[in-house]
Design a protein around this ligand. Structure first.
Ligand code: PMP
Length: 442
């Protein structure tokens, strides 16, 4: 063990942690050992209020009995089934249940194991779809600045986070980006959808003019950009994107890895905003974070094009060993039961007025320069420390952790996305803790 990673707890040399400053973390590790409902418990036995549903995924709260027993039963019954040329009943049952929840028309389900895999699957599906229907020149993919679509090569190529791109070479060819919609001058402290910025969607027309529609396969956006600072779509923006896509035969992909499963007040943000994409990616809340699983929802017509296409033996040459894994399917079915029994997929809509009121009460606190929200997702943007971006927000994260609250920071924005079982008293505690931390940082 190296000098700087000695601790009283487990040895910490071997585990190379993802998206973490390893050396810093290992000097003062934060270890979670149990979780129940709205709370984690750390290795010192402290309760920590979960302000971010784990990582935007534990939407029904932790340790839910139906999900736990579904996983246990499944592990004892059928631990694995090959997903290629074979199936198992729960995969079909889950797909039917999901198809009934999605916006009209998105009724075909392709399973993956993560958000990143869902994104790359959807991008490949879009390109292959055009090829199968005889427009093989449509290969160009359009993403958005400040988009986050996971970490695989497709996802970072269409994504718009420089830190995730700059170390990894030239990315996929034939990718372009529209501008992000963040407009802090016109839309500061917007409650819900900002009023200004629908015209940002017209960037897509400019890219059509530049490249020609006949070369463009798809455009991918998060309805609400989460990992780049909680950016809520301006009123009319997604509608405008939809119109431009329709006009030019471009597929519209919504990445709902964060927004899926109730985060914005409906099962999917597509329903909250009243815009239906052609393909939709999900993960996280699909299994309440318990077992890795993702999915792509496709419109019937996209699916049928593959089924009727010329390459008819294996219609879509793509899949994963763990696609529709039995344990993941069982976890997802237990999750959907829990969501349904407790009305969780619409609960964010019921709680959002109180959440918004409390969140926006942080306006005027030290360092706060903007507050944004929709459903049960919120962003509090802080002025950066001069020359040290993200450091101020991270110091607030550390302070909150000491006070028994888990939040997340993305750059200089504090992100909140609590489990949907949240009560008003939890919201009060989150906001009080945050307010005190901001004042201490002043
Ligand atoms: N897309 C979006 C919108 C996400 O927020 C995330 C993860 N936060 C991903 C894709 C990637 O998901 P995963 O980490 O499961 O690969």
């Amino acid at each position: 063990m190296s000098e700087d990673t000695k601790t009283a707890g487990p040895a910490m040399d071997a585990y190379w942690m993802p998206f973490t400053a390893n050396r810093q973390f290992k000097k003062s590790p934060r270890l979670l050992t149990r979780a129940d409902g709205m709370y984690f418990v750390d290795d010192k036995g402290r309760q920590v209020l979960d302000g971010i549903a784990g990582l935007w995924c534990v939407n029904a709260g932790h340790n839910r009995p139906r999900i736990v027993s579904a996983i246990q039963q499944q592990a004892a019954e059928l631990d694995f089934a090959p997903p290629f040329q074979m199936g198992h009943p729960k995969a079909f049952e889950l797909a039917e249940r999901l198809a009934a929840l999605t916006p009209a028309g998105l009724n075909k389900v392709f399973f993956t194991n993560s958000g990143s895999e869902s994104v790359d699957t959807a991008l490949k599906m879009a390109i292959a779809y055009h090829r199968v229907r005889g427009e093989g020149a449509r290969t160009r993919l359009i993403g958005r600045e400040r988009g986050y679509h996971g970490v695989n090569f497709g996802g970072i190529s269409v994504g718009g986070m420089v830190a995730n791109r700059k170390m990894f070479g030239t990315m996929l060819g034939g990718v372009d980006h529209i501008r992000h919609t963040h407009d802090p001058v016109r839309n500061s402290y917007s409650v819900g959808q900002p009023a200004h910025g629908a015209e940002f969607a017209d960037d897509l027309e400019r890219l059509v003019a530049l490249h020609d529609a006949s070369t463009i396969a798809a455009v991918i956006v998060e309805p609400v950009a989460g990992s780049t600072g909680v950016l809520i779509p301006p009123q009319g923006y997604l509608q405008r994107l939809r119109e431009i896509c329709d006009k030019h035969g471009i597929l519209l992909i919504f990445d709902e890895v964060i927004t899926g499963f109730g985060r914005t007040g409906h099962p999917f943000a597509a329903q909250t905003f009243g815009v239906t994409p052609d393909l939709m990616t999900v993960a996280k809340g699909l299994t309440n974070g318990c077992v890795p699983m993702g999915a792509v929802f496709a419109k019937q017509q996209i699916h049928d094009t593959f089924m009727n296409g010329p390459e008819h033996l294996i219609e879509f040459f793509h899949g994963y060993t763990y696609s529709a894994h039995p344990l993941a399917c069982a976890a997802a079915l237990g999750t959907l039961d829990t969501y349904a029994e407790e009305g969780l997929l619409t609960r964010a809509g019921e709680m959002q007025a109180y959440f918004a009121e409390c969140l926006h009460s942080l306006k005027g606190e030290p360092h706060v320069i903007d507050v944004r929200n929709i459903g049960l997702v919120g962003g509090v943007e802080l002025s950066p420390l001069p020359g040290e971006p993200a450091k101020r927000a991270f110091s607030i994260f550390l302070d909150c952790w000491e006070q028994g609250l888990l939040i997340r920071t993305t750059g200089d924005t504090i992100a909140l996305s609590p489990p949907l079982i949240i009560e008003r008293s939890h919201i009060d505690r989150i906001i009080d803790t945050l307010r005190a931390a901001l004042r201490r940082a002043a």
